[in-house]
Write a protein that binds this ligand. Sequence first.
Ligand code: PTT
Ligand code: SF4
Length: 624
Amino acid sequence: MFGWTGVFLKIDLSKSQTIAEQYDQTLALNFLGGRGFAIKILWDRLKQGTDPLSPENKLVFATGPLTAVGLPNSGKLVVASKSPLTGGYGDGNIGTLAAVHIRKAGYDALIVEGKAEKPVIVHINDKDCEFVDAKDLWGSSSFETEKWLRKKYARNAGIVSIGPAGENQVKFANVVSQEGRAGGRPGMGAVMGSKNLKAIVIEGTSQISLANPDGMRKLAADGYREVLAKPLYPFWKRQGTMSTIEWSQENSALPTLNYREAVFDKADEIGGFSMEKIKISNRGCPQCNMTCGNVVKDTEGRDSELDYENVVMLGSNIGFGDLAQIATLNRMADELGLDSISLGNVVGFAMEASEKGLIAEKIRWGHFEETKDLINDIAYRRGFGAVLAEGVRASSKIVGKGSSDWAMHVKGLEVSAYDCHAAPSMALAYGTSSIGAHHKDAWVITWEMKIGRENYDSVKVDHLIETQLIRGGLFEALTVCRFPYNSLGFELEWYQKYLKAATGIEFSLNQLNEISDRILNLIRAFWVREFKEKWDSELDVPPLRWFKEPLTEGPLKGEMLDMEKYKGMLRSYYDKKGWNESGVPKQSTLERLGLGEEAKQLKAYVKLETEPFVSTTLQNTPFP
Ligand code: PTT
Ligand code: SF4
């Protein structure tokens, strides 16, 4: 087999044992890699109802056939598990040398299971593996941990670790690497902490076996040149994702004060051009010439890496208009190992609850000292921080008094940094995303602004489905960064050529779409299997604030979503996906995608429809 190593490394922490498992080539052909491997592993090996923070849960670090083969932006991996935050499938995408070394050590994925008796570090050196006592590192920040490990092991080893938030099993703790790469929003860091696993260090030295190594070398060099030649490249290097702040402000999509508003009076001060004035360097993932991490100094003179999402969520969404202060909050998130999106979301929730007098704690919008204290309280689960550590859905259940209307999440995952008061298809993207309210699978909002934000029509549904297949399916399975494609216009055909050079197989775009659809359907089946009779289409509806509370500021004052029309779009989406009225894949859909066995298993938990579902809202015209 070329392109894939054909081997998963199973790491059993309870037994301090590793087993290299050969897997069948059909798995690679049907699921490609990354997210595809992760969902198939979790589907096959997790019992329904597994407690996400128990030793029985599994944490998968998965690469794909294009990971680390020398082409642009290919130093990425998918970290996945059953999520303690949502109770469903959870994953994240992280740029790290660990992705490169997993492949060079001869594996396509690591499957971590069990629980170590005491805190450990797993050190993998090609085929050797040792379990190293981590008691001296337990309690350290992710940065200190990595620094210490780089001294002890190779300077360029692949390292992923957790901070105190992961150790304390904060439900939105993530996994951190290289002082600024972070992934696994739905609590992958908490799963790691629950297993007493502080870090994985991996060093691999072998070559990845490719069908056409010379061809790949040439294609990779051509690809780097092509990326450099793209007209948008120079501006990208200046601002990366940060230019989106001005765009969001202009288009009333900038989450402000817990998504109450979509414009922020200090947007200019936190935007890309202000950032450029204090930027000191670029940082990024391995094998990337687009390095999009904008490094600035925080209030204490430390480096902090700014992206759109973390600046918005720790800025306008909680009332901060000072980039150095935002950089400090962001640095805290990275060191503690907290997802910055969910963090900004729960802090915004707390500030609103405090303002409304629903909680005793005083936490004011944009108050630097109070916010820093609260962030530490969340990571260490102290006081009201312990409530927020459970995520915004759980917090709103505890606070009550109608707060669930403005608890900004879908299926328990906090909404990322796009306001949807006036963006129906982005709202549907959040509603139907594979992990909860994250923009990874479909960032359709800029497209939506161009074609008309007011429509709720099936053109939007079609575009969403297509985008999800490419972003949530293909890029997560390949596994490479999607930014060359979606931010610079690096064409999809490149990836087909890379796949051919890596695997020797010519995949058509239709075949790749089918693989993506298979992956996304199996993820949906996983959610349904976990929720059983509690599964309901209401789980695909975004927060009520966007439907009940119109914007009160900016050019779109008075705008909000229409529930009836949203549900019309959702029904159309289900229909086009081959799902029933509750959003459960039909037996015929699963069988068409080669998931017949999985359909049989799912039938033990829910009734599967076999008859075609006829939609009443499928025309290419606006919904009533
Ligand atoms: C991603 C989410 C994002 S999406 C951001 S900023 W973004 C936040 N970054 C965080 C951070 O930083 N520190 C922290 N403690 N928490 C953070 N949480 C947030 O996590 C990231 C880039 C970005 S920056 C994006 S959009 C793209 N995402 C990709 C993806 O999902 N798939 C893919 N194939 N390519 C992608 N390329 C881009 O990667 P999650 P990274 Mg990320 C400091 O983790 O869970 O997927 O959530 O990993 O290596 O930092 O790259 O404006
Ligand atoms: Fe990483 Fe940014 Fe490069 Fe993508 S563009 S690989 S996220 S540094």
